[in-house]
Write a protein that binds this ligand. Sequence first.
Ligand code: HEC
Ligand code: HEC
Length: 786
Amino acid sequence: MLVVIAVRTSFAVTQSSVCDTTPGLSESERAGCRIWIYATAADSRFHTYTAEQRLGVIADWFLVLHSTARDQRFKTWGLINDPDCCVPGTPNCPAKSLDETYGFDWCPGDEDLLKFVGKPGYRDPACDFKDAPLAKDDPHGPADQRQNPCDLAFGTSTGALGFRKFPNPRFNPAAWTKVNGHPGTWEGFGRKLSKDPSSPDSRISHISDGSIEPPFLVGMACGACHIAFDPVHPPTDPAHPRWANILPAIGNQYLHISEILAAGMTKNALEWQVFAHARPGTVDTSAEPNDQIDNAGTMNALLDLPRRPTFQEQVTKWRKVKACPAGANEDCWCEPGRTGKCWLRSTQTDTIMHILKDGADSIGPLEALQRVYLNIGSCSEQCWLNHLTDMRQLDPAQRNFGQTPFDIGQCRRDCPNFRAIEDRLADILTFLLSARANELYEARGLPDAGDLVEQLDGEFGAGAVSRGKRVFAANCARCHSSQPEPFDNRDFRETVGLDGGSIRKDFLSTDQPLLVSEIGTNRCRALHSNHMKGHVWDQYASDTYHARPPDPNLKEPDDGGRSYYRNLSLVSVWAHAPFMHNNGIGPEICGSDELYRSPYVDAQGKLLANPPACWPYDPSVAGRYKLFKASMHDLLYPKQRIPKTMKLDADIIVDFGPKIFGAQHAEGMTIRIPQGTNVGLMGNFQHKQFVIDLVLALTDQDTLRTKLAARVGPDKAKSDADDIHAIALEVLKSPTKMIDIVAARLPMLLELYSSCTDSVENDGHRFGEDLPDADKNALTAFLATL
Ligand code: HEC
Ligand code: HEC
């Protein structure tokens, strides 16, 4: 009997997590932690309906999360299993069959949730969220007027950390069983509607036609991409971690989140091929709010943030006030039903951090956190979707041909989930500020950092670490130290006191935005355009950002704040290989073969027949260290790097609508783009501008020439306009040959229409390449101590 009781408590009704097991968190940090790992702010609607039905990006949640593949989830997708969930029917699991859980894991809270599949009235666990006390100096206090916590929308775990499920009140068991056979599978729901490959229905399923309601809506919390294995306390078996093996904000280096979000698509879909090829641990966060730039970035570790350098910038944003000044009009708003809970928009000089790889989130760290909720789908229908580009809308006169700016004031008024998050941003931030460096010496079980130095000197040669430190001071510290020169004799690991504890003094980065041509790494991420004036995240960038001068060395459009990279912090860099914003420098890592594509090419850009093998995922201390050393070698010996360029691994089939040529339209046109094409070519090609110009070439040559002159100068504009005219005539004659016609003119078309022409993913950052081997060796030893 006793045994039964003990086992039951391991699947306790209350959700325990890293937020409960981490000692010493303050109330605010603990609240922020829970929001970080549980709150979806109702983005499940986006991930269940909107992405599929409006954006054409199809997530097949059952394919990714079905309980029978729980043990393979890490290897296949890089997902981290929730230690508190179990496979129905296994010993001690409260659920006895997959039919009870609709094929998912059973997780704490499901004893309530499952009762509401197909019924209204579910009470979200977030309703019982215990808020931390409101900060004493909060202008909206002293009364607690925060938005109802139910709107944080926690749901219960899906079995994979960060992914949350909600009961669908519109679920109809009879209709479901008819399509799927029995409740425990979603197989019929995800099956393609037609077996005939020539039919467009062969590329979609009930997931995107919306006629069958699934039992659950699935949403994402911030943890979905950021929760990761603890480098210092890794799991012995990555498929069965415990909470003690998990940290909330390292960034999951193994996650194939793009493939997860596109799992319901055929490989021939444009969106799949362009979207679902990012390296593990990276994702193009401007893929859904698409900016037609193929620019995945890593979900990087958020460590030692209190030491991250700040900057004074001119910022226009909404600020908390008690009342609106006279005559403020649309620049001020007070929430109805509250007293003195108002927001005033104003411009002033603020102290901000540069957030994101290019520093684009620059109106303040709180707003940067809030923006991500929107970016991952919260409030999408109320405030976001209407501002995005519809990739297939080719008529410039229509809404969604291009982006329009997301309106923060409108969203605050119209979306309760926005307010639920906004009112608690300070807790999320205090929580993120609490994460500290992960020390290799601790990971190795050594008493202190000195013992690690001894070990490293043993491995790299006597005095290697101190020699490496001198080399670092002379070659790297000007970008990778947050302290002023001189760097000689500096202890880069020095600690200072903070809130009763201590923190490393040096953030190991100036956090300055640097021109991408100076760094030389793949420039596509730096050309990100969503924060430009008039674009979707315009209101989340500072006026200073918008005024940054473009990089004089680039050919692509790079104005409006674009063309910069922040230098990454080297805190705990031993745990974060492969390197750079795109994980491009270092070995390729892989889980299952299914999702791995070798990107290694020869000097002509052709895929290598015998590429280096990928390195299987290994989150152990030794595994991370080995990957770090190999990546340091790639970093410091750039001439030995084998270039990487991601290629399409299947033909893409694009069904264009009839609008392409206005009156002379080519109805039902299907284009096939061959396997082997550079993914970047597709992802970066501004097809809308091209199509508009094709039409102009046929209808208004003068306007076309004026337009092109702005980009290539008057002389070239004439010959380019003639070429485009010739292409337009050819396409009219044989529309299905469009790709061949375009391919024959590629260099010229890319110059005109590519948002990023950089195809090599692991070039650049050649600092230190001319150092003697012994210095490089020493540098590697020293960086392992950081
Ligand atoms: C789909 C995966 C994904 C999810 C979910 C996600 N992030 Fe991220 N996050 C990323 C990626 C990728 C980056 C790096 C983006 C870039 O290239 O700059 C990032 C970067 C960040 C950064 C900035 C890092 C820095 O050092 O400048 C913050 C802060 C952040 N995320 C917060 C959040 C918050 C808050 C949430 C939840 C609302 C969240 N993230 C959810 C993928 C994700
Ligand atoms: C001019 C400034 C500059 C100098 C000098 C410089 N770096 Fe960097 N470093 C950067 C920038 C910028 C990035 C990020 C580039 C990117 O993401 O594409 C970076 C990234 C890195 C990374 C990758 C970190 C990660 O987590 O992926 C490592 C490692 C690194 N630098 C080491 C060094 C070393 C070692 C030296 C000296 C030999 C050095 N850097 C010199 C600017 C610099």
